[in-house]
Design a binder for this molecule. Structure first.
Ligand code: AMP
Length: 360
């Protein structure tokens, strides 16, 4: 096991070769680290900008052992990493950050909400649903409308169904294939916000200004940051992020999705134990962006500054929207971040642009 802080020239492993892994890799290489990606898809967006890629499944024991031996520290770009994979990496001698607790909590919506409420990060009311009769009981307690979500493996609005009438419960349960689920009360939010925060190996916490997020068809489209939020709102978001990071004994960057209610109350929707799409604005709004911050935390360096020097509008380019690069390339107010994906499938995240709106 290596001594911390890891010096430049050390090797960072990343599970996942998508755009988040790519931007982690780019930030790590700027600090002098070599990066090895593990991803089942050859020639992944992250693999193409890294020292090497191991092409294998995230649960392939031999590949994990190889990665663990090659790397001083291993991190991940998505939260559905099998717990056994983390153990295998640790056995092969790599440090892993964030640790298994954060993964376990974030992989299950019931465990996640239970944890959040326990550390004072309030969520909507919820009930556990294993059977149709649980669902009927939950509807009676929570009220309608309510949102039925699978406990595991839902993202970007997938595995979710609104229930507006008690007669719809059977169809809703069927729509999620009767999988273990959670019924959530509808949050009467006025805005969706998020906060990106980091915790280092000594427990120091750094929090970025809040972002305001707009979705289209369940997928993030725009983040405006720093969001216009009162000092009290920013302070509350900071408190929430810190409670979560401390509660998980977390190392790395974490995204917290929030609902803002009409009276300014912040409820936590969910957490992502990784760099987050709503933090991409930091690349052009902050001296130390979320990717560098994540690398700093996991290699045992001190955290970088989180103050914004610019107001930024981040827009995701999905599918063939990426063709706009031609026009955007000549726009002096935007910075283009293209992910190097060959195939622009509909809805696929291909790129984002950060439009600098002015100084913060
Ligand atoms: P999620 O996959 O949990 O992030 O949910 C995707 C989107 O669905 C969120 O960004 C919200 O717009 C909406 N949503 C999720 N949960 C709730 C809720 N309990 N009440 C109202 N809207 C929700």
């Amino acid at each position: 096991m290596s001594d911390l802080p890891l010096p430049p020239g050390s090797t960072l492993g990343v599970l996942g070769g998508g755009q988040l892994g790519r931007m982690i890799s780019q930030a790590a290489s700027r600090l002098g680290f070599d990066v090895v990606i593990l991803d089942p898809e050859a020639d992944s967006p992250a693999g193409r900008v890294s020292a090497a890629q191991i092409v294998a499944g995230y649960d392939d024991p031999d590949a994990l052992t190889r990665l663990g031996r090659l790397c001083d520290v291993v991190t991940f770009e998505f939260e559905n990493v099998p717990a056994a994979s983390i153990e295998r990496l640790a056995e092969a001698g790599a440090l892993v950050a964030p640790g298994p607790t954060a993964l376990r909590v974030a992989q299950d919506r019931v465990d996640e909400k239970t944890f959040l409420n326990a550390v004072g990060a309030t969520t909507v009311d919820f009930a556990v649903v294993d059977t149709l009769s649980d669902l009927d009981e939950a509807v009676a307690v929570i009220g309608l409308p309510a949102l039925l979500k699978t406990r595991r493996e839902g993202y970007d609005g997938k595995g979710q169904v609104w229930i507006r009438d008690a007669a719809e419960t059977a169809a809703a349960f069927e729509a999620i294939s009767g999988r273990p689920a959670i019924l959530e009360a509808a949050a009467a939010f006025t805005r969706e916000l998020s906060v990106i925060a980091a915790r280092d190996r000594d427990g120091a916490v750094a929090v970025y200004p809040l972002g305001e997020n707009r979705h289209a068809n369940g997928v993030l489209k725009i983040t405006l940051a720093p969001a216009e939020v009162s000092a009290a709102g920013q302070a509350r978001a900071h408190e929430i992020a810190e409670a979560i990071l401390d509660g998980l004994d977390y190392v790395g960057v974490l995204g917290v999705e929030l609902f803002e209610l009409a009276d300014g109350t912040l409820l936590v929707n969910e957490i992502a134990p990784r760099v987050h799409n709503t933090g991409h604005w930091t690349q052009d709004g902050c001296v130390c962006d979320q990717f560098e911050q994540h690398v700093r935390a996991v290699v045992g360096w001190p955290l970088g500054p989180t103050a914004a020097h610019a107001r930024v509008e981040m827009t995701n380019l999905l599918g063939d929207e990426v063709e706009a690069w031609r026009d955007l390339a000549s726009d002096p107010a935007v910075r283009l971040h293209l992910y190097g994906k060959a195939e622009a499938r509909p809805g696929r995240k291909m790129a984002h642009v950060n439009r600098v709106l002015g100084s913060a």
